[in-house]
Design a protein around this ligand. Sequence first.
Ligand SMILES: [Zn+2]
Length: 477
Amino acid sequence: MGTFGELMSKTFDVVKHVVKSALLVAAVVAGAECWAQAQNSAAREGATTPPDPQIAAALQQVSAKRIQANIEKLVSFGTRSTLSVQDAAGMAAGRGIGAARLWIQAELEQYSKECGGCLDVESYRFVQQPGERVSKPTELTDVYAVLKGADPANNKRIVLVTGHYDSRNSDNFDIKGDAPGANDDASGTAVSLECARVLSKMKFPATIIFLTVAGEEQGLYGSQHFARMAKESNWNLEAVLNNDIVGGDKSAEQDHAVVRVFSEGVPQAAKDQELRRIRGLGGENDSGSRQLARYIADVGRAYEVGVKPMLVFRLDRYLRGGDHYSFNQEGFSAVRFTEFREDFNHQHQNVRTENGVEYGDLPKFVDYDYVAAVARLNAATLALLASGPAPPANVSLVTKDLDNDSTLTWDVSPGGLAARYEVLWRATTSPEWEHVQKVGNVTRATLKLSKDNVIFAVRAIDGQGHASLPVVPAPGR
Ligand SMILES: [Zn+2]
């Protein structure tokens, strides 16, 4: 342990003494042992909530066979180019994006039937005007199922999982040639579908939406319009999980134990005042999307889903984009799941063999067990967020006095599910929450830690131990 650790240990011996004798209005907290382990990942375990046995059992229902059947079915439509046929004749012939969309709708309706009509299957339609990758006005349809929350005080809260069901080959404007899109993105579509099938057998206080969008390959149009609609309709969308290329391509260097989770740093939607605060106080690593990514990392530690999330602290890969960006632009917290290593011979390619190299996004390159593991990670995250309380509101760090303590205040978590609250903190240089302090059912806590040295957050916990997303405080008076 270096000088810093020793210093902190000493500081906390003093602090512990002070705490014992202090009169506490709400909660005053020290963490001597915690500091000694500041750089130890084991300390982080404290921030991980214990697994919910019902959710753990539900994850067992996720089926690699089902996922395989769904990906093969999506591929069977030949092409799902957004520009491909979607008239009655095309749909009857079972080729093109129209036929694929009909099948997704029917599949979701079947899941709804199996749960006594618990899912509302909906379409969001609009006409996309010509653009760089759209030759003529084209009708786009996003298909989604809503598992409405069972608690009227919480069912306006929404968590959402999405994948894009459109596909493409080497030529964006080729609307007839095969574009199997098994990995990109039948895999993500299959994750949305399988989450819908499994989670529709359960009841949650908050609402879950299982979305599949079109127009991704044309410029994220399906998600852009959907996110805009959600914003304009004042949807209380707490989290968006975008799965795009989660097939676990079977290339030699693939790591099937890992899935990448991309999250924006400085929020796309941040306005001037927020940007000034981020520049001044170091909030570039604390967007809502990043809190969601850290939450997913926690889920990965608490549940054995078969794959470990690897957080990547950037919006997306170089030169690439995805549907989470559309939601980020509207101010929603959204992350992207993508396999560890992509094989670019198997994406956006005409199916062919050249010099012994196979090109094309074919089902045979997809690892269905891997997709199932990613689906479990998604399902666990959705189930936990939809079970847990809303995040505390108006979280604030009192800054009116120059002192070395930190006082946090917040409003109760709306919806009445919260039984208590926890304060999380980490070193400013640390990627994940390192320390957690239970502070009880209060709306104010003082910690014997300097706000200048750490980053804080507050989260709400319900009676069963489900955690809300943490909220980083804004400076207050
Ligand atoms: Zn994609």
